[in-house]
Design a binder for this molecule. Structure first.
Ligand code: 6GP
Length: 839
């Protein structure tokens, strides 16, 4: 019963007469049909929300049609396929993107007009699918778009979190987290597949048969049910699938007897356990129960996905007597999006050995040729380490397998690389150096078991080789690669900034750049052209007006579209240094206060916008959010200053908010401590949209600056290779803070922004709290060069012609940062897969 229904026998499904609507009049009647007969709401009303659902349903028809054709085609051709395993996907809204990729934006706009609605108004009714946290999750979504567009045989696998990460509310107290309600009213973009269901086991024990074979039995069994989200490619029939697993119990798990005795809770115990698994992304893991829940989520994703992958592999070999398990890696590539899906490694080993009766060596050969791993961060606290005791309890058979992998790895090192013996304790997968708390190092398990390991920008990949994974690099140099991140040009310029896109198409005389972003370099020859300048400026201004309206709507603060729009949006983290931004802004405010009116009039007016979520238990990050809001309350209400400076905290930053902010931006901040931001991807989106960057030489900034030219990038700060020494100097008392830095901190400590005591936050810059080392993120060291770079920005902005030229050159130099380029490189250099376009 687990088989796909479209297994090549689709002829069994009766044909339908109803045509798929692609002309405005047909689309309008299709929308009307869904409004009446798709039973989400009362069929008697057609308000904007219902119009959205009916429109989405009609788009879904088209997607399902293409999705089926794609699936049948892949089934027939049986190409090697990639399976992307990720705990996060930040899909955002689907409607505008889907009709844009289908080439039907105009037709849908016309159809809705016939029904009395504007497409934009309807599209805004959609809630973001917010199944992610940050860059890693949005990258996964950009990758899906590129895989579909490049006609690659690929699938995404993830979890269907009912409440996502959280919704951020902002009050006087700062950030408050509440459950995200994206599924409260049903999502039209998912197709539940009641025929795709797999059991996933937890706990239990290992049983050894008389012949010595081992089986995992007992424990708790939860069902994984597939929800498929169709992912249309741009300008192609190919529509691939994001399969999200939902945890559920079955009717036989419901104890009717107990229920009728009034024992309601125990009667449906398994039901509530299943509900917990897909409730939220990254539940708190401070307690043991929290750790078990996180591991359950990870294993649930891995086990269901691998069962599905193996089922498909076997299904496509049915009737063929000649196939062999050693063929598996020539049909299947599994990509681990960071370490969260590491359990795919022991689970694949288990399924092959205990399920398919392969021996260790054969299973290991298949597994290691199948799995590859991407690292997305070098932050020590993000490198997952799970207590061995918890792992034994939840996954006893997997722990046996991990122990065996570790044992064999050590034996291999001793026999083949004996000079590395002294490094073994660092390289081992099991770390028992603290006998009270032995842990499993997931990243080590990934590196040992993957055929390729990659970082996400050149600098980051170099750091992996020289530092984090240096020992492994010395024994397996060929295993390590770089794949600089990219973003999809469809969502991140074509659809979110249609005016600018039309200008680009007009000047390049082709819209080929949308799928071949390198063509943007053709804009360079027009960088000084006054006509282009005028068009460019007017498109940017329209986007700024749209953004200003949004800001007024969500914050009540009106901002001036003639001021410089300066934006920093990303998760709030000390290494990303939103604190540097706000300290710089505080300094600017203080200087403005000290100026005469005449002097003030000569300055460049700015609107500083920040947005991002702080992890619920990350105290300093939450203090930063509060500080930004407190500074905003004072500055925005200061009649002397608020024509020259505004400070806005954008609440609940997510994908659809980014789609408004990025096109309207002129300056964006990517100012992490060098060496700490693996890549960044919003830097690419901003520069693609003609926004200038103020930034450090970190992550992909390095490559962006190379591509767009040094003169078009406001650089400041320490370099990655200086950081270690600077930290040492600081610890040794050799750091002399700049007086401007002291002044900014003192201004806050003195209560200029209210009575809240910020000393705990500011003390982290003096050196005691947080990482236990003085100003670990070097805010103090970089402050003066940051302030000076900001002055260069102010000067450059005064010269309109120069600024516009820099803006055009930013877009022109962004060709490299398409996720189409990134995904082609993964396909060729890691996965070994080829395009499989639906004819
Ligand atoms: C992020 C990195 O912080 C960011 O620099 C990078 O651009 C992005 O991944 C995509 O590669 N990392 C995460 O979001 C994360 O959770 C474990 O890493």
């Amino acid at each position: 019963h687990n088989k796909e229904t479209t297994d090549g026998s689709a002829a069994k499904v009766p044909a339908i007469a109803q045509p798929l609507a692609e002309k405005p009049s047909d689309i309008a009647s299709n929308i009307a049909f869904h409004a009446r007969y798709s039973p989400h709401f009362s069929p008697l009303k057609f308000d904007p929300e219902q119009a959205y659902y009916a429109t989405a349903d009609s788009v879904r028809d088209l997607l399902i049609h293409r999705w089926n054709e794609t699936f049948l085609h892949f089934h027939k051709v049986d190409p090697k396929q990639t399976y992307y395993l990720s705990m996060e996907y930040l899909q955002g809204r689907a409607l505008t993107n889907a009709i844009g990729n289908l080439g039907l934006s105009g037709a849908y706009a016309d159809a809705l007009k016939k029904l009395g609605y504007e497409l934009e108004e309807i599209a805004e009714k959609e809630k973001d699918a917010a199944l992610g946290n940050g860059g890693l999750g949005r990258l996964a979504s950009c990758f899906l778009d590129s895989m579909a567009t490049l006609n690659l045989p690929a699938w995404g696998y993830g979890l269907r979190y009912r409440y996502g990460l959280f919704k951020q509310l902002i009050s006087k107290e700062g950030q408050e987290e509440v459950a995200e309600d994206w599924l409260e009213k049903f999502s039209p973009w998912e197709v539940v597949r009641h025929d795709v269901l797999y059991p996933v086991r937890f706990f239990g024990h290992v049983e050894v048969s008389p012949t010595g074979s081992r089986k995992w039995v007992g424990g708790e069994v939860i069902q994984a049910l597939a929800y498929d989200v169709p992912i249309p490619g741009y300008n192609t029939k190919n529509t691939i699938s994001l399969r999200l697993w939902e945890a559920k119990s079955s009717a036989k798990d419901f104890n009717l007897f107990e229920f009728n005795e009034g024992k309601y809770e125990s009667a449906s115990q398994l039901h509530s356990k299943a509900q917990q698994i897909c409730a939220v992304l990254y539940p708190g893991d401070a307690t043991e129960d929290g750790k078990i829940l996180r591991l359950k989520q990870q294993f649930f994703l891995c086990s269901a996905s691998l069962q599905d992958i193996i089922m498909r592999f076997k299904e496509r070999r049915e009737g063929n007597m000649a196939w062999n398990w050693s063929d598996f890696p020539s049909k299947v590539a599994v990509q681990l999006n960071d370490t969260h899906p590491t359990l795919a490694i022991p689970e694949l080993m288990r399924l092959l050995m205990d399920g398919e009766e392969l021996g260790w060596d054969e299973a290991w050969d298949v597994t290691t040729r199948t799995v590859a791993y991407t690292n997305h961060t070098v932050l020590p606290e993000a490198l997952e380490k799970w207590p061995q005791a918890v792992m034994y309890k939840l996954l006893p058979r997997h722990m046996e397998i991990i122990e065996e992998i570790d044992k064999r790895f050590m034996a291999m090192i001793r026999s083949t690389f004996s000079s590395m013996e002294s490094k073994l304790s660092d390289m081992q997968i099991l770390d028992s150096s603290n006998p009270q708390k032995p842990v499993v190092r997931m990243a080590n398990l990934c590196v040992v078991s993957s055929h390729k390991v990659n970082g996400v920008a050149e600098l980051h990949s170099d750091i992996l080789k020289a530092d984090l994974f240096a020992n492994y690099f010395s024994i397996w140099p060929a295993k390590f690669q770089n794949k600089t991140n990219g973003v999809t040009p469809r969502r991140w310029i074509k659809f979110c900034s249609p005016e600018l896109s039309d200008i680009i198409t007009k000047w390049l005389k082709t819209d080929g750049w949308i799928t071949n972003l390198d063509l943007l370099s053709g804009l360079r020859q027009f960088a000084d052209n006054d006509k282009l300048h005028a068009e460019w400026a007017s498109a940017k201004m329209a986007n700024k007006h749209r953004l200003a309206q949004y800001v007024l709507h969500v914050t009540g603060v009106s901002i001036d579209p003639n001021s410089l729009f300066d934006i920093q949006i990303k998760r709030i983290h000390e290494y990303k240094r939103q604190l540097l931004n706000i300290l710089g802004t505080v300094y600017r405010y203080k200087k403005l206060k000290e100026m005469s009116i005449e002097e003030r009039k000569k300055t460049t007016p700015r609107t500083v916008m920040l947005g991002g979520k702080a992890f619920a238990t990350y105290t300093n990050a939450k203090r930063i959010v509060k500080l930004v809001n407190d500074v905003g309350s004072v500055v925005n209400n200061d009649p002397e200053i608020n024509n020259y400076l505004k400070v806005i905290f954008i609440p609940n930053y997510n994908v659809s908010v980014a789609e408004l902010l990025i096109p309207g931006s002129e300056l964006s901040q990517h100012i992490s401590t060098a060496g700490m931001e693996a890549s960044g991807t919003s830097n690419m989106k901003f520069s693609l949209n003609g926004c200038l960057i103020i930034g450090t030489l970190d992550g992909a900034n390095v490559e962006i600056r190379q591509e767009i030219g040094e003169d078009n990038f406001f650089l400041f700060g320490a370099k990655a290779d200086e950081v270690a020494k600077l930290r040492k100097d600081r610890e040794n008392g050799l750091f002399k803070p700049d007086p401007r830095f002291e002044e900014a901190k003192q201004f806050i400590r003195g209560g200029a922004f209210g009575s809240y005591d910020y000393s705990a936050l500011l003390d982290s810059l003096e050196g005691n709290s947080g990482y236990g080392r003085a100003d670990y993120f070097l805010v103090g060291y970089d402050f003066p060069s940051y302030i000076e770079a900001q002055s260069r920005v102010d000067e450059a902005y005064k010269d309109r012609k120069r600024w516009l030229k820099m803006s055009i050159l930013s877009t022109a130099g962004s060709g490299k940062f398409s996720s189409d380029r990134t995904i082609s490189q993964y396909a060729n250099e890691i996965w070994g897969i080829k395009a499989c376009p639906v004819p």
